[in-house]
Design a protein around this ligand. Structure first.
Ligand code: ZN
Length: 437
């Protein structure tokens, strides 16, 4: 299938030609085959089965949500206004014990409707019943990097009998590089405060043996840092480096409380910090020093975290927060610029996931993109397209979302998801879930 998007405003994230007014983009199969101010050749035009009139639309590379727990959708709007520890240990963990694969099946679908509706094409997820989520990803057509969440509170470690680790290995065997390469798998030790050191060491060794990356929470709260310091005499970053975790390509979610020394340490490894401004604000955890991380040379991606602590999966909202928060908190009108904020959700997200074929609208890249409807009051006058998307844009402005060359969402309609049925199932299962003993 070839698709020609004509006369659109291309925000490519490609430094060679960052913004193209009245531009043209052609997708052939799963790749972008033409990007430019000039229309495609007559021969290319002839091959296109569909032409999309892009007048008053803005095209962006698909947004990458680098930290989520999409199976948490049933806990949206539950346990609000609590600190992280209370929220997690007293509210979330007991309810999560009651979750079934069926709950995660519908929660995954609901989350995907929301992500596609707001322009997200790829997400990195850590949760339970990840095989169920993988099946949904394969069916729906999104791109995902999945990790079965791991935790261990005892010192006698035997990964061979650890059911979570065994599920993680099955996930890797069955799904890594599956669905035409749209699904990848990594190991997901939850955090330093939910995984004993011997366990983290064993998980790091397993990741090295299987050549897998890691997805972990890092320095989300001040308490995580002070507890780690008291127990092990080092910061969580130093702890993970010491235990071998950081020797693997690592997605480190949050990084709210990092010292200069931690930032320098992280910059020496293939570690990407995933900034989750909405979740960090809501749980009162603080604000990550994104300018400091970027200055230290650390890759910084962007994520929503779960719908229980955000409470939505709208990446444009996170882009906005990333851009304004650093200015307000650090009293710096430059802080994270609009361009940098958009990079966190695109090129930097792609780098964090080790995907050089994502994050830009450029010939040869994977055809993951979105179109924004510029015919909205908040886009007049347009002036600077990047500032318009970052400071005035909203997830609901997304007209069309494409993954791997397939249009999965367009003007309220989904090609692979039944939104009404999914919403009905979510109401049903959530009512049931909260009544379970
Ligand atoms: Zn998280």
């Amino acid at each position: 299938m070839s698709i020609w998007i004509k006369d659109t405003l291309l925000v490519t994230m490609d430094p060679q030609q960052p913004v193209i007014h009245g531009g043209h983009l052609v997708v052939t199969g799963d790749r972008i085959t033409h990007v430019g101010a000039e229309p495609p050749s007559a021969l290319e035009q002839e091959r296109c089965q569909r032409i999309i009139d892009g007048h008053r639309t803005l095209a962006l590379p698909g947004l990458i949500n680098a930290h989520s727990h999409i199976g948490m959708a049933p806990f949206r709007n539950y346990g609000s206004d609590l600190p992280l520890e209370t929220w997690l240990f007293d509210k979330l963990f007991p309810m999560e014990d009651k979750l079934t694969a069926d709950d995660v099946y519908w929660a995954s679908q609901l989350s995907m409707t929301e992500m596609l509706r707001t322009g997200t094409t790829t997400f990195a997820d850590m949760y339970m019943f990840s095989d169920t989520t993988a099946d949904v990803v394969a069916k729906v057509g999104m791109r995902a990097d999945l990790a079965r969440g791991l935790q261990c509170f005892t010192d006698d470690v035997d990964l061979a009998t650890d059911t979570r680790v065994q599920e993680a290995l099955q996930l890797w065997e069955r799904y890594h590089n599956s669905a035409a390469g749209r699904i990848t798998v990594r190991l997901g030790p939850h955090a330093v405060y939910t995984c004993r050191p011997a366990y983290l060491e064993a998980v790091a060794q397993l990741a090295a043996d299987k050549d897998l990356g890691i997805h972990i929470h890092l320095s989300e709260t001040q308490k995580e840092n002070s507890d780690c310091q008291a127990a092990f005499g080092r910061s969580p970053s130093e702890h993970l480096a010491e235990l071998g975790i950081l020797r693997r390509p690592t997605l480190a979610a949050h990084g709210v409380h990092l010292s200069d020394q931690d930032r320098r340490l992280l910059s020496q490894f293939d570690t990407a910090v995933v900034h989750n401004p909405g979740s960090n604000l809501k749980l009162g955890s603080g604000v990550a020093d994104v300018p400091g991380l970027l200055e230290a040379g650390v890759t910084v991606a962007l994520g929503t975290d779960g719908a229980a602590s955000n409470n939505n999966l709208d990446m444009l909202q996170e882009v906005y927060l990333a851009a304004v928060l650093s200015k307000g908190v650090f009293h710096n009108s430059v802080g994270v610029t609009a361009q940098q904020a958009l990079e966190l959700a695109t090129v930097q997200g792609a780098r964090a996931l080790g995907r050089p074929d994502l994050g830009q609208l450029r010939t040869g890249m994977k055809a993951d993109l979105l179109l924004i409807d510029l015919d909205q009051p908040h886009y007049y006058p347009l002036q600077d397209p990047v500032a318009a998307v970052v400071y005035a844009g909203q997830g609901s402005d997304v007209l069309l979302t494409m993954v791997d060359g397939n249009i999965l969402y367009e003007r309220g309609a989904y090609s692979t998801l039944d939104i009404e049925h999914i919403q009905w199932q979510m109401e049903r299962l959530t009512e049931d879930l909260f009544q379970r003993p």
